[in-house]
Design a protein around this ligand. Structure first.
Ligand SMILES: NC(=O)c1ccc[n+]([C@@H]2O[C@H](COP(=O)([O-])OP(=O)(O)OC[C@H]3O[C@@H](n4cnc5c(N)ncnc54)[C@H](O)[C@@H]3O)[C@@H](O)[C@H]2O)c1
Length: 263
């Protein structure tokens, strides 16, 4: 028996949201490299197309779609068009996310709602749409965050969304388990991506490399391994949860944070 076959996704169809950048892009690439046809969905169509170009250069199969995951109709259309165009949906990675840093005492209702819509409600919409079309053996993976284990100033709305995402992950797992659909989460640690870089861009558009490096150094220090994550680290966890290799794993959260939290 060759254990690597358990990680293959030949003949499967995957949708990855927020796949125009960072962890979503790496996840789409890894799923495609494992044999899946991948729908690369993002609010930014150009970045999704760039991800698709990279996958095709590597010999994989992928197509780009624009989606706003905060819009339930758009998420439903993404899933339905995937099934009508590619015949099935085996893997959904609810990965798109945003972070707006502001103390909870200053967060307004619209901003709070936007953070919850993109990070949390999207997992509800995606899970509902996928549940309508997925067959037994399918897998839903939600991108959470190490923030589910910590409280830090300025990240309250994001933390509320990700902690809520953990609750949705577990409840969907219970509700969809009898139908053979697994639902799990990946909680990345601090990773060099768009989200972590944009914090160090000022109003003039200047990127403060020294501040970014200083924070990356501090984040590396929070891991017993002494480094920060690369997008590929979470992508490998996504592949595991998407594939037969994890066929008896559901309602679980894999923390890809170098041991920064061990809940
Ligand atoms: N980078 C980190 O340190 C880190 C840590 C923990 C969790 N995460 C989570 O990982 C996921 C991926 O983020 P990333 O770090 O790769 O950041 P990123 O900014 O590089 O990628 C996020 C992608 O989501 C897309 N997006 C944003 N809003 C969207 C919307 N409404 N609809 C569709 N697409 C949308 C963006 O265009 C972008 O391509 C997010 O859920 C994030 O919260 C990141």
């Amino acid at each position: 028996m060759d254990p690597s076959t358990a990680f293959r996704l030949d003949g499967r169809v995957a949708v990855v949201t927020g796949a125009g950048s960072g962890i979503g892009r790496a996840s789409a690439g890894v799923l495609a490299a494992a044999g899946a046809r991948v729908v690369v969905a993002d609010l930014d169509l150009q970045s999704a197309e760039a991800t698709v170009a990279g996958i095709k250069d590597d010999g994989g199969e992928a197509m780009a779609r624009r989606v706003d995951v905060a819009d339930p109709d758009a998420v439903t259309a993404l899933v339905d068009e995937t099934v009508s165009g590619l015949g099935r949906l085996d893997v959904l990675v609810n990965n798109a996310g945003i972070m707006i840093r502001r103390p909870l005492t200053e967060v307004g209702p619209e901003e709070f709602d936007r953070v919850l819509s993109v990070n949390l409600k999207s997992m509800l919409y995606g899970g509902q749409a996928a549940a309508r079309v997925m067959r037994p053996g399918s897998s839903i993976v939600n991108t959470l965050s190490t923030i589910i284990d910590f409280a830090t100033a300025g990240t309250g709305s994001y933390a509320a969304a990700k902690k809520g995402g953990e609750a949705l992950t577990r409840t969907f797992a219970v509700e969809l388990g009898p139908r053979g659909i697994r639902v799990n989460g990946v909680a990345p640690g601090w990773t060099d991506t768009g989200i972590t870089r944009e914090r160090h861009v000022d109003e003039s558009g200047r990127f403060w490399q020294d501040r970014f490096d200083e924070l990356a150094g501090r984040m590396a220090g929070s891991s017993p391994l002494g480094t920060v994550a690369e997008p590929l680290d979470s992508a490998y966890a996504v592949l595991y949860l998407a594939s037969e290799a994890s066929r008896f794993v559901t309602g679980h959260v894999i923390r890809v944070n170098g041991g920064a939290s061990m809940a």
